[in-house]
Every structure is written in C-alpha cells, then in structure tokens.
Design a protein around this ligand. Structure first.
Ligand SMILES: [Zn+2]
Ligand SMILES: [Zn+2]
Length: 601
C-alpha cells in the first residue's frame, strides 16, 4: 500500500507540479501540456494550474493509478507506468515525459516513503481542502524572546547630502548553455530557443542573438554583456545576488551540470566585478536538481544537499567569511556584517516552498532557520544594528505557517529590518507588511526585483538600490531604486546599410525608470508604497504604468478587472493567503473575492 500511495502521489506530483515548479508564481500558470502564458492573470496562477483539476477528476486519477500500482510495486515499473501515462494523456511529448519522470523518480519516492501520506489525502493537497482533508503541513510557531518590542519610530528622510550606498541587485540569471540563435522560439517543450527545440507547424519565430521574447532563457554572451555593462555603471558598494542560475530545462539536468553552471557564473561575476566588490548570494530553487529538491539537514547521505552547498561554499569563499560558510554548508543560509551598523541575513527560501517536496516529511521550521533568524535579529536589536534580508522566493509564496511566522518576525523587528529583497517571480513588484494588530499601518516592504533572464517574453534586466548610509546612525532604509534593461527589439536588429538588420555588437543597457521619479513619491518608505497602491485603485493610468514597468517595458497582455484586482491584492499581501486587504478596496465587491481567492491560491 505504501508503494501504491507513493506512486500515486508521485504521479500527480510529477505531472502537475514539476513543470510549473520552476518559478512560482510565474510558471505556476504553466502546465507541461500547455505553455500558454496568455496573459498576466495566468501568471497569477489562474490558468492550467494543477489546483484547477476538479475533485472528481483527481479522485478518478488516484483510483485508477492506485489500482494499477497495486500490482506494480517495483519502482522501475512504477516510473515506466507514469511516463506512459504522461505521454498518453498528452501532458508533454514523449521525451520530456520520460526524462522528467526519470529525474524526479528517486527523490520524490524517497521523500514520500519518509512522509505519512495516504491516498485520500492526496486530492486535498492537489485540489484543496474542499476535496479532502490533510495535515502534512501542520501549523507551527517560532518563539520570540521575552524582550519587549522597542517603541516604533516612524522613518524620516536623511539630511540632504547624506551618503548613500549603491547596491547592485542581480537575480534569476537562468543561463541556457544550449541556447542557439536561429533555433525555434515557439516549441512544445517548456524551454525553447535551444538545441533540439522542434518548431510547431503553425508559426515559426527564431531565437534572437541576445535573447528572445518567448519561453527562452539567455545565452552566455548576454550574461557577460550584462556584467560588462554593470561594471561600466559602477562603482558598487556591494552586490546582492538572489539565485536561479541554471536554465528552465528542468526535465534534463544533472548535478554535475548544475555545479558547472554555478561555478561558471560565480567566477564570471567575480572576474567582472573584481576582487574589491563583495557579492552576497542567496540560494534559488533552480540551483538543485530535481528543481526545488532541497532536503532539510535531517536528510543525510547522497540524498542530502551537501553536493550543492559544499560547492557554493567553495565558490563563494572569496566573498563570505568563514563563519558564514559554516551555516551555508549546513543549510544554505548565513549572516554577515556588511559594515559596522549593518548586517545581512541571506535566507534559504527553499525551506519555505510548497514545491520542495521534502517538506512533506516535516515542514516545521526546516533547519530551524526562522528560529535562527530571530536570534540574529535580537542580537542586532541589542547592538542597535540594522538588518537587510535577502532570499530567492518572496515570503508570501511560502507555505502558510512559514509565511505567517515570517510576517510575525517582521512585525516584532520592524525597527531592525530595514530592507527585504527577493526575486523568483521574474517581474518587478513588491509586497507590503502591515501591523498585525490592525493591518492598517504599513511597516515594511519586500522588494521583488526583475530577472536578468527573458523568461517569459521579458527584456533582460537588473536592479540598483540606493540605501541610506554609510555614516553613524544611518537608517539603512531603501531611498530609491533604478531598473536597467536591454531592449531586445533594438539589440537584436540594428539597421544595416543593405537594409537588412543584424544584432547590435555592443547593445546598450538603459535606465528604464527610477522609482521616485516614475511614481512621483518623495521617498520609498512603506507608507509611500501603501499610498501608491491606493492610487492604483482609483487611477488606472498609474496602475497601467506600474504594469508596464512590472514587465520591464515589454508587456504581452493588458491587465484589467480581475487581473488588476488580483495584482493589487498581491501587492498588499506580504503573507500567504492574506485577503483581508482585498475587502477594503472600494472597487471590490463581495462577489470579487472568490475569483481573487482563486487567482491567488
Ligand atoms: Zn527564476
Ligand atoms: Zn526561482
């Protein structure tokens, strides 16, 4: 029965979560059968999500697969049966079905064998609580020290002329080593513009030299060109780099490839920025293989993440002190003092991710990371030190308990945490944190920066943050930010003398916008962002401007009605499933809530 349970859940897991798990929520709209990112709403988990499978369909699948697997207890045969089913249901082409099944087989079955999951619970996981009951992700609480929260001091702008730190922020590079100019940009696979991308019959677009507006990642030359331009745009006080190095070919990745890509990109960044600029990395969900597979430290041996963290510790040793490398090797997170008065915490957000199937074994504060964070924050508060937090996956996309505990920590230490920086969604957005008592006073903002990669149909880009300091008593708050992009339309087609266009040999990375100017706000304090969101509700022009910038200047679909409401709710929701703020928006009626809820969950 155990194998049957594992097999059945594995079936749904591989077919419905693996292809979309590469970058939540961006790819959460993805299904391995339909890579149809038709509009912005699909990016918010509306279309083709595995959660959209109806309850009877889910139960039917489990009944059939369970019966089949009862007589096939051998892992090989189970995997084969799943691969066949994937192909027959046309969930992907044969090669992708076979490869992704192979890739996920051992790890997922091992995780499931260690967890306590019954077939009846699976549909509750897949479809939602309306289809059954499960408690794999039982609620839990971190404990805070018995130290009263210091009085809240509202932020004030620094004196004119005060020094500012200029921080380069890189995220989601997603280098595709098999990117080929001229290959098919519209293929059936989850990733195109590469070796073996079969063109569909109905249209044919080719991959561009510098990148492509499609479900494509970047060639190495674009990553190097970005780094060359970043050096020219310096000097930088330091760099935050929040992960996702490999491409989205998640059905065919090996540990050695992942490590080669980690090593190549780490060394390139080091080479271009030089030995005097410190880079502070965070671990993305794509660094591992299978994607999202991050066993917490209770897993030992070959299944553990040592193969990955050890290489990270080796490659990042030029940037990080020995003490940081100790926790990096243990759990992929660390803390380091950047300057006197400013500390960084780099979190491994894979320990909060519902796509990390190892958390089905035990999701209670994996690696004791949040309890560790509380200890660091209390020590900083005691010293009067400010703290920046970086991580890959934004906290609102985390498992519920993790997300609510994190929100609680941000509330308690609002005077200490002066910056939160994430990536993962590939688009340019942010999320608000409010006081837990009234949910009306904005006290924090998590910045979600745009990706370096084009995936999906975006311009390549990078972010710059301006932070108060370094001088005695500096607030270390974010005062402004800038976004630079490579306009692919221009970069790929420089007008030649013969009337033919060719790629620009030295394309320009240009300033897309500066936040204070674009949004007409004096500072970027949480209250400014909160007012801006309110203006989106009543001023559609302001919202559409945000929507354009959110996609790094290349918008594929307009956003109105439910899409707009969903986006506004999302900006207000620094924690998972927080919909209270939707109800407070004048434009929203009670009738809107179900569709918004569906979009957000
Ligand atoms: Zn990514
Ligand atoms: Zn990611």
């Amino acid at each position: 029965m155990k194998t049957s349970t594992s097999g059945a859940f594995f079936f749904c897991f591989v077919l419905f979560t693996a292809p979309l798990s590469s970058s939540f929520p961006l790819e959460d709209g993805t299904n391995i059968a339909k890579y149809n990112f038709v509009d912005a709403v699909s990016r918010f988990r509306v279309e083709f999500s595995w959660r959209n499978i109806s309850c009877p369909v889910c139960k039917a699948i489990f009944t059939v697969v369970d019966l089949a697997l009862l007589s096939q207890t051998n892992t090989e045969r189970v995997a084969h049966a799943i691969g066949e089913a994937c192909t027959k249901l046309h969930l992907a082409d044969k090669r992708v079905c076979r490869e992704i099944t192979e890739l996920f087989r051992d790890d997922v079955i091992r995780a499931l064998q260690e967890s306590v999951l019954w077939p009846t619970e699976a549909c509750a996981v897949i479809v939602g609580p309306s289809c059954g009951h499960f408690d794999i992700y039982a609620p839990w609480n971190i404990s805070l020290p018995h130290v009263p929260k210091p009085p809240v001091v509202p932020p004030t702008p620094p004196k004119p002329g005060s020094p500012q730190s200029r921080i380069l922020f890189l995220t989601d590079i997603h280098w595709d080593a098999e990117y080929i100019e001229g290959s098919s940009a519209d293929c059936k696979d989850p990733l195109c513009c590469r070796n073996g991308s079969e063109p569909p019959r109905w249209r044919h677009r080719e991959a561009g030299y510098w990148g492509t507006y499609s479900k494509c990642d970047l060639p190495l030359r674009t990553v190097e060109n970005m780094l060359q331009n970043v050096v020219k745009a310096g000097p930088w006080d330091w760099v935050y780099w929040t992960g996702d190095i490999p491409a989205h070919n998640v059905w065919a990745q090996t540990r050695s490839q992942q490590l080669r890509e980690l090593t190549t990109i780490s060394r390139l960044i080091h080479k271009y920025l030089g030995p005097n600029v410190t880079v502070y990395p965070a671990v993305g969900n794509h660094e591992s293989t299978p994607v999202n597979s991050f066993p917490p430290p209770f897993v030992h041996g070959n299944y553990s993440s040592h193969w990955l963290y050890d290489t990270m510790a080796k490659e990042w040793a030029p940037w990080l002190p020995a003490q940081a490398l100790v926790t990096l090797r243990h759990g992929g997170f660390y803390t380091v003092q950047i300057q006197p008065g400013l500390r960084l915490v780099s979190l491994n957000m894979n320990f909060c991710a519902r796509e990390n199937f190892w958390l089905m074994v035990n999701s209670t504060d994996p690696a004791d990371q949040l309890q560790w964070l509380v200890r660091i924050l209390q020590e900083s508060e005691n010293k009067g030190e400010k703290v920046h937090i970086i991580g890959h996956i934004p906290p609102s996309l985390c498992l519920s308990s993790w997300s609510w505990n994190y929100y609680h920590i941000v509330n308690r230490y609002e005077g200490t945490i002066t910056g939160q920086f994430f990536g993962h969604t590939h688009v340019d957005e942010f999320q608000m944190f409010y006081d837990e008592e009234t949910m009306s006073r904005p006290l924090g903002v998590a910045y979600i920066a745009p990706s370096v990669t084009t995936y999906i149909s975006l311009n390549p880009g990078y972010r710059v943050y301006y932070v108060d300091g370094n001088y005695p008593g500096s607030s270390r708050l974010v005062l402004d930010h800038e976004t630079f992009i490579l306009n692919l339309t221009e970069a790929n087609s420089l007008e030649g003398g013969s009337g033919l266009s060719k790629p620009d040999p030295s394309p320009k990375w240009t300033l897309l916008y500066r936040a204070t100017e674009a949004y007409g706000v004096p500072t970027l304090f949480p209250s400014d962002w909160n007012k801006l969101i309110s203006s989106f509700v009543i001023d559609d022009g302001a919202f559409q401007k945000f929507w354009y910038l959110r996609h790094k200047g290349h918008v594929s679909e307009i956003c109105e009605d439910v899409c707009k409401k969903t986006v506004i709710c999302y900006l207000r929701s620094g924690r998972y499933e927080e919909l209270r703020h939707c109800g407070q928006l004048d434009e929203f009626s009670e009738d809107d809530i179900p569709s918004i809820t569906k979009s957000m969950c």
